[in-house]
Design a binder for this molecule. Structure first.
Ligand SMILES: Nc1nc2c(ncn2[C@@H]2O[C@H](COP(=O)(O)OP(=O)(O)O)[C@@H](O)[C@H]2O)c(=O)[nH]1
Ligand SMILES: [Mg+2]
Length: 370
């Protein structure tokens, strides 16, 4: 039995017993930081220090974005993959663990091609290396959207388990990364500057947690109303922030009235039947919406705009990212660009690499040619 796990459990128990108030907050903060460190050590021990995807599971990114299907065995992930991609890609089975590899498929919808990855069923303890779980979670870390697939008859226990496992490997669902900048200094202790009033954490606790990370002299700038856990996330680093929603499958087996009652309890969920195809088009729309993709029409210098095949990129991308998307050398060879459309102050505005594009912009990139 791992001593790390014993220690973690013991500290968690201590936190549970402590009533959080102004007097105990710093103490709890330190305990939480200790847990985060122990978890990291435990992960490094089990998986090596990278913490990323394991060998054999480097699913190559294809398409405009990738979506990971996460769920326990037999909830219908493989059935759903086949349904979304319109053909049989993944084996469906009535028994657990039919899928042993991550299986990617391509879904085309609303002008985009999206990679859907069917992952082997997650089981309890996956983040600690069980059932190839670590690799599964590694692929999930690299995706743009995570769909938590649930069986309509097993929602609560599965949901809790999956959320715990994802949390444990540093995946934060539907959270914005906390806006915290930490700069080490040589003297002067810890200087805290905040742009908003902090309602969830005191300055004393911030200092206590930072000391737990051996940061005695540092400037910390906090731009939003953070919690203890978010500060620890920032100090740990290696966290990924991914969008997610729940997909409740097999609703064909539930009476209509019961269905509505059930779904009303999960506002962030969509009810579907991968088996019969019920609500699949709505699910596809939702996937595309959540990925926040935009279309960019490219116009070669002195040529015609290609309106037929827009470049699909993530909302918020700048021209530098478009360059990376087009060719590995484009960023180096970039001279300037011109944009027409929603992001342009005037038609044909001359812009640089950090210009952020908007949906349906027309873009011309001018490069130094060698
Ligand atoms: N009634 C019903 N059965 C389904 C549905 N989706 C999947 N199944 C069945 O559930 C079992 C497990 O499906 P599978 O796709 O292999 O699950 P996975 O282990 O999560 O990949 C199979 O027998 C499927 O036919 C559904 O929407 N309704
Ligand atoms: Mg499967």
């Amino acid at each position: 039995m791992s001593t790390y796990l014993d220690q973690i459990r013991e500290i968690e128990e201590q936190i549970r017993r402590t009533k959080i108030n102004k007097a105990t907050e710093g103490h709890v903060g330190r305990l939480k930081a200790k847990i985060a460190r122990l978890k990291r050590q435990e992960q490094e021990r089990t998986f090596g220090s990278s913490g990323g995807a394991g060998e054999g599971y480097d699913v190559k990114k294809a398409g405009d974005s990738s979506v990971a299907l996460i769920g326990l065995p037999s909830v219908g992930k493989s059935t759903l993959l086949n349904r979304l991609c319109g053909k049989k890609i993944s084996e469906v089975g009535a028994y657990a663990f039919t899928t042993l590899d991550a299986i990617p498929g391509a879904m085309t919808h609303a002008g985009t091609t999206i990679q859907i990855i069917d992952l082997p069923g997650i089981i309890s303890g996956a983040s600690k290396g069980k059932g190839r779980g670590k690799r599964v979670l590694g692929v999930a870390r690299g995706s743009d959207l995570i769909l938590i697939i649930l069986d309509a008859f097993d929602i609560i226990p599965h949901l809790n388990l999956i959320q715990n496992e994802l949390q444990h490997v540093g995946i934060r669902l539907n959270q914005k990364p906390p806006n915290i900048v930490i700069e080490k200094t040589h003297r002067g202790g810890i200087l805290i500057s905040t742009l908003k009033i902090l309602t969830n954490i005191t300055e004393k606790t911030i200092k206590a947690i930072m000391q737990e990370y051996r940061l005695m002299n540092a400037n910390i700038t906090i731009r939003n109303d953070i919690t203890m856990d978010q500060l620890i996330d920032a100090l740990e680093g290696n966290r990924v922030y991914i969008k997610s929603f729940l997909v409740i499958n097999k609703i064909d087996l539930i009476e209509k009235e019961e269905r509505e009652k059930l779904l009303a309890q999960y506002p962030n969920a969509i009810g579907i039947s991968a088996g019969t195809g019920l609500n699949i088009e709505t699910l596809k729309d939702r996937i595309v919406d959540h990925l926040k993709l935009i279309r960019i029409y490219l116009r070669p210098q002195g040529g015609e705009t290609d309106f037929d095949e827009p470049l699909i990129i993530r909302d918020g991308s700048d021209i530098g990212e478009v360059c990376d998307n087009l060719h590995k050398d484009f960023r180096k060879e970039f001279k300037f660009a011109r944009v027409w459309g929603n992001s342009a102050k005037h038609p044909g505005q001359r812009v640089s690499l950090n210009h952020v594009l908007k949906d349906e912009d027309i873009l011309t990139i001018i490069r130094y040619t060698r």
